[in-house]
Design a binder for this molecule. Structure first.
Ligand SMILES: Nc1ncnc2c1ncn2[C@@H]1O[C@H](COP(=O)(O)OP(=O)(O)OP(=O)(O)O)[C@@H](O)[C@H]1O
Ligand SMILES: [Mg+2]
Length: 264
């Protein structure tokens, strides 16, 4: 390293004392959070705890009422539903609003990356749920985000498609190295994907857990269960207590569900 070289350790995302409220309902309450460049963070929390609210402010879609929030300009978000324009073909959905010299070439590249090179001309109504989410993912990729915000993007997909999407997300993340904030209700999904898992409670980060498992990960891996047990305890869900699970309206508990036996 010479005298002039400088390594930039500044975080991709930095929140200090962030407040977000709707009338008297303070949803985010003086929240502090840093996300490092290229870090993959999963955000867990009970329904209504403010995960989407936080993500929308990070995406620049909503303001904040207090504190400081800094996030990269180049950011993109994918939500639970793909939000595609039904009257536009897949490739046009990908480049919607993008001002570049050759949008089609960019769309082809992004759709190829998500395995949809053969569906360039398809209209959204003719795509499966998983394909639609991959188009939404391609739409975020063409923006070359430094911060990728994912709000339960796999929640509406079947178990097998989810597994494929997990692999795809990890491949894309490793190739493009954005910082990622993934909102999920699925404890296993968080452990499979994230470098760090944070739990939102009462408007703040109640807990942060580093996931030091080697990749690729699977839920039979040594150490996986210990993290799961810890997270479930934090979230107030007893692992072998069906009533407690049912109480949390778990949409993913089904006999034989292969990946996410337990979600909140
Ligand atoms: N636009 C809005 N106007 C008023 N209140 C809102 C608005 N958006 C969210 N809220 C309130 O903020 C709180 C947090 O909502 P949010 O959608 O962020 O929860 P969440 O953690 O994403 O929940 P879920 O897991 O069910 O998606 C809720 O009490 C909700 O009613
Ligand atoms: Mg939400």
């Amino acid at each position: 390293m010479n005298a002039h070289s400088k390594i930039d350790f500044s975080p991709a995302v930095s929140l200090r004392g962030v407040v977000r409220q709707f009338g008297d309902n303070r949803v985010i309450d003086r929240l502090d959070l840093d996300i490092a460049p290229g870090e993959f963070v999963a955000l867990l929390g009970a329904s209504g705890s403010g995960k989407t609210t936080l993500l929308r402010s990070l995406a620049g879609l909503d303001p904040i009422e207090g504190g400081e929030l800094s996030a990269p300009q180049a950011r993109a978000a994918v939500f639970q539903e793909p939000r595609l324009m039904p009257w536009k073909r897949a490739w046009k959905n990908v480049t919607l609003g993008l001002r570049v010299a050759n949008p089609r070439a960019r769309a082809v590249q992004a759709l190829t990356e998500v395995g949809l090179a053969h569906r360039l001309e398809a209209f959204p109504a003719t795509l499966s749920g998983g394909e639609s989410q991959r188009v939404a993912l391609a739409r975020s990729l063409v923006r070359e985000p430094k911060l990728l915000l994912l709000d339960e993007p796999f929640a509406a997909l079947d178990a097998l498609t989810r597994i494929r999407m997990h692999r795809l997300i990890i491949d894309l993340w490793q190739k493009h190295t954005p910082a990622v904030l993934l909102v999920t209700h699925d404890v296993d999904e968080a452990i499979l994907l994230a470098d760090r898992i944070i739990v939102l409670q009462h408007g703040r980060i109640a807990e942060a857990l580093q996931v030091d498992l080697s990749r690729p990960r699977d839920n039979g891996q040594a150490g996986f269960n210990a993290i799961r047990t810890r997270l479930l305890a934090l979230l107030g869900v007893e692992k072998d207590d069906p009533e407690s699970l049912a109480r949390d309206h778990n949409p993913f508990i089904a006999p034989g569900y292969p990946l996410s036996a337990i979600a909140i």
